[in-house]
Design a protein around this ligand. Structure first.
Ligand SMILES: [Zn+2]
Ligand SMILES: [Zn+2]
Length: 203
């Protein structure tokens, strides 16, 4: 490893998540790039907070800092627009309803990686998801469930990624999520090759 403590963190918010009250003003892309808490870092701001007015700027800004360009999409209503804009990957809020599960298919059809965000916090039924999804072990939420009970039955069905879901600089950690992954016997999938191939370059 070079600078990063962690191999990968693809779920990080910045000030582009402007309507999220947990984000602090210091949480800029520049600070994330400077701290470099992981080798492979992607920013995943809330799609609904910036994409309509600031998509081009967002992509250019993150690229200039050598950060991957993701976004966190809040369920079926946003999927059509989100799939029409290029991102390196999607993080997706999939609540337990048919239209949200259909949204997964639409995002997968873009050919970009689709990461199911903190399913234990949204009551996502993992057996309703296609195995092409990546499932997140999220440091902010993993401890709010019995992770063995929730995830263990599916550990051979999906690939998994470990994320901080940081909204503030001191949240740039993954220690609880990594403990859960260790207990589950899950090896994190590193997306370095997949992301490198698809990198959005509209800058
Ligand atoms: Zn979320
Ligand atoms: Zn998030």
């Amino acid at each position: 490893m070079q600078n990063g403590t962690y191999p990968q963190d693809l779920h990080v918010h910045t000030i582009y998540s402007r309507d999220d009250s947990a984000v602090v003003p210091a949480q800029t892309p520049e600070l994330i790039a400077r701290v470099r808490h992981a080798e492979l870092i992607g920013i995943s701001d809330h799609f609904e907070h910036f994409a309509d007015r600031e998509y081009d700027h967002y992509v250019r800004h993150l690229r200039s800092l050598d950060l991957f360009v993701g976004t966190e999409v809040d369920g079926a209503p946003s999927v059509g627009f989100a799939a029409s804009l290029a991102f390196d990957y999607y993080i997706y809020h999939c609540r337990d309803r048919a239209e949200d599960y259909r949204g997964v298919e639409r995002l997968l059809a873009t050919g970009r990686p689709v990461i199911i965000a903190h399913p234990n916090a949204l009551d996502t039924q993992l057996d309703c998801l296609p195995p092409e999804c990546l499932v997140e072990i999220n440091n902010r939420y993993i401890w709010r469930c019995d992770w063995m009970q929730f995830y263990a039955p599916f550990k051979d069905r999906f690939r998994f990624v470990i994320s901080s879901d940081a909204h503030q600089p001191q949240w740039l950690g993954q220690s609880v999520a990594r403990r859960a992954a260790l207990e589950l016997g899950v090896e994190e999938s590193l997306l370095v090759n997949e992301l490198g191939k698809v990198a959005v370059t509209n800058a």
